[in-house]
Design a protein around this ligand. Structure first.
Ligand SMILES: Nc1ncnc2c1ncn2[C@@H]1O[C@H](COP(=O)(O)OP(=O)(O)OP(=O)(O)O)[C@@H](O)[C@H]1O
Ligand code: SF4
Ligand SMILES: [Mg+2]
Length: 318
């Protein structure tokens, strides 16, 4: 079956201005999310994942700015829309579960009221209709209806995250973007949230983009994965292929950093992630790469097709 593009990010740059110069946090990123897939975005802390998502959704505030790029969704460049037009698309068509969202629930307002207020902010339906919608979404994310009458402190972390997802999908968007949806949850709750996100695709055909620094999360949920390093995407491919045969040395390092039962050591990646204020020359991974050559230090590798489904930015791949 032919894949249909839902979201296409083209050469997106998101910089933060400072007295020391620009933090080039997202620096020429291109990727496609297809209808009905779970696309994972992986990479170490600070590589630009949340900035990328904020850039896509038009949420960059000064000193952040977007020097160039396009974000095509249903044929429109989201970066060219007014903030009111964008606000409408977020929620109705694209739902966002921001990093740490479950901690933003108001502790003194019942869950149901918070959900209703969010729904009414974005629709013209009556309060009673919004209430019915909130209850049905709570059920859809596997929560008992009693949760509607509870306060956030009465819920576990996993339940709070389900409430956030229930609110995000209230209007059945085409795309859900979840940033670090399982961080700070225990492993059982993590598994539940990942199954829930996967079910959005399987039960409702929603495209899901999951952002996480935790590679193990992606292994459980993704159809395809894009690996970010130092503000760029360095590898893209179907999750199984990337795990079985990672092409980029950074991806190899990430996979070898996943703890395995029975193994007493983890290989990991030597050295520290570089600063967006001063990215290394050539290949940005060269100071940490065991295969770095003179060419790597001077010439930046571009993301190139390896086969019809896989892309990699490394001079070693051809
Ligand atoms: N408001 C800001 N002003 C200046 N720099 C910023 C700002 N927000 C983010 N950055 C910088 O941009 C880079 C990318 O940050 P970002 O939060 O996007 O990373 P991340 O990959 O989401 O990390 P994490 O896994 O920790 O969530 C970081 O180096 C950060 O210091
Ligand atoms: S281009 Fe060179 S430094 Fe960069 S990942 Fe490939 S081998 Fe390593
Ligand atoms: Mg982040």
């Amino acid at each position: 079956m032919e894949k249909v593009k839902l979201l296409e990010v083209k050469n997106l740059k998101v910089y933060y201005n400072s007295i020391w110069g620009d933090y080039k946090s997202v620096d020429d990123v291109s990727f496609i999310a297809y209808e009905g897939e779970v696309l994972s975005i992986a990479g170490e802390s600070g590589c630009g994942k949340s900035t990328l998502v904020d850039g896509i959704l038009g949420l960059i505030k000064p000193p952040g700015y977007i020097p160039s790029g396009e974000v095509i969704f249903e044929g429109k460049d989201l970066l060219k829309l007014s903030s009111e037009e964008l606000r409408k698309i977020r929620w109705t068509k694209i739902a966002y579960v921001p990093q740490g969202a479950m901690n933003s629930l108001n502790p003194v307002i019942k869950i149901e009221e918070q959900m209703i207020d969010s729904i009414l902010d974005h629709t013209n339906i009556s309060r009673e209709e919004a209430r019915k919608l909130a209850i049905s979404r709570l059920k859809e994310v596997g929560l008992p209806v009693e949760v509607a009458e509870m306060y956030p402190h009465e819920l576990s972390g996993g339940m709070k995250q389900r409430v956030i997802i229930a609110t995000a999908i209230a209007l059945k968007p085409k795309l859900v973007i979840a940033d670090e949806p399982t961080t700070a949850l225990d492993v059982v709750a993590q598994k539940g949230i990942l199954q829930l996100l996967r079910s959005l695709k399987e039960d409702y055909g929603i495209t899901v983009i999951v952002v996480s620094h935790d590679f193990a999360v992606h292994a459980q949920i993704a159809d395809r994965i894009a690996i970010m390093y130092a503000g760029k995407i360095v590898e893209v491919g179907p999750i199984y292929d990337v795990f079985k045969n990672p092409l980029h040395p950074y991806t190899k390092g990430l996979i070898s950093s996943i703890p395995v039962i029975g193994k007493s050591y983890i290989k990991g990646i030597p050295g520290l992630a570089p600063s967006p204020l001063n990215w290394p020359s050539g290949c940005r991974f060269h100071p940490r790469c065991p295969f770095a050559s003179e060419k790597c230090r001077n010439v930046e590798p571009i993301l190139k097709e390896f086969n019809s489904e896989r892309y990699v930015a490394c001079h070693l791949s051809r």
